[in-house]
Ligand binder design. Structure first.
Ligand code: ADP
Length: 190
């Protein structure tokens, strides 16, 4: 299974991704984590990406696409993966389709973790991590609404989207995630 998990910052994507990779037994491809590793190792890509990330802006596509493309070619991704944080824009989604097509692969399904904006802000204020500057956080939500939300429509039209209510306990939400995965499995088999 090749699945994409999409959700605004603070939606609980991390928790659901962790559970889902264990459940599916596929590698977790988080562009946020990959970028943070590049920044820590001070690679040229990491040095360039750092400024964008600190400002809550998207890192330029050449960096992201190169990174994901290399990772998708690794042997452990052959039978599937969970994509988290990528694609984030329509051009990235189109690039991903091209990358996969060249390797005779496809996206099996896309899960949207839907959480209203006021709930995201409430959660952020309650947990207050040091990287949760309210202004930057708000920018990241807006960037999600403007740049990432159009992706949902792109995958809806391909019949690949499962929108899930992101309110409830992690357990309740994961039950909904599993229902979506079963649906993708049925479609992949038919
Ligand atoms: P979030 O907490 O918003 O889910 P991530 O951990 O996924 O953030 O990513 C952290 C930062 O890395 C983003 O704010 C952005 O600057 C950059 N980033 C991650 N994935 C992408 C992507 N697909 N395209 C552009 N920038 C990205």
């Amino acid at each position: 299974m090749r699945i994409i998990l999409i959700g605004p910052p603070g939606a609980g994507k991390g928790t659901q991704c962790q559970r889902l990779v264990e459940f599916l037994k596929v590698p977790h491809l988080s562009t946020g984590e990959m970028l943070r590793a590049e920044v820590r190792s001070r690679t040229p890509a990491g040095v360039e990406a750092a400024n964008f990330m600190e400002q809550g802006q998207l890192v330029p596509d050449p960096i992201i696409v190169g990174m994901v493309s290399r990772r998708l070619q690794a042997p452990d991704c052959r039978s599937g993966c969970l994509l988290d944080g990528f694609p984030r824009t329509l051009p990235q989604a189109e690039t991903l389709d091209d990358l996969l097509e060249r390797r005779a692969m496809t996206v099996d399904g896309v899960i949207e973790l839907a959480v209203p904006r006021d709930e995201l802000v409430r959660r952020m204020l309650a947990r207050r991590r040091e990287d949760d500057d309210p202004e930057i956080f708000s920018k990241r939500i807006t960037s999600f609404e403007v740049q990432t939300a159009p992706l949902l429509d792109y995958y809806l039209r391909q019949g690949k989207l499962a929108s899930i209510d992101g309110l409830g306990t992690a357990e309740e939400i994961f039950d909904r995630v599993k229902i979506a995965v079963r649906r993708f499995e049925r479609t992949a088999r038919s």
